[in-house]
Design a protein around this ligand. Sequence first.
Ligand code: C2G
Length: 131
Amino acid sequence: MKKVITYGTFDLLHYGHVNLLQRARELGDYLVVALSTDEFNWNMKQKKCYFSYEERKRLLEAIRYVDLVIPEESWEQKTSDVKEFRIDTFVIGDDWEGKFDFLKDYCDVVYLPRTPEISTTQIKQDLKTKK
Ligand code: C2G
């Protein structure tokens, strides 16, 4: 079984995220999503999530491409995650291009093109301006 892992906040979930998850899953047979916890988002990414970790986890688990959701609590956990879950491929959007090449010692590393024109920031801005 070829196992894939990806990481992210996934708040507010949108089709750009689903495009990423679908392509990630297509690189193997099993997809693990390490979902940033509320604390990690706030302390390390200065992101205030609209949906809580549990709500975001529930949404991800409803996506057909996702097999397992685990918490992302630190920047440093990727290597141990790859070992623990016997991951073959690490995948993430190309906004992170090159940032996780250190994982090449343990698994394949794939940066996928982001889906253009959609982002949570854009959604929030549009909601503010839409009458
Ligand atoms: N993404 C995408 N296209 C978009 C928006 C996001 O392909 N229009 C991808 C991102 O590149 C990422 C995933 O969807 O691979 C999740 O996006 P975020 O929730 O913004 O993830 P991020 O905050 O970048 O967290 O340790 C890694 C971090 O946890 C990644």
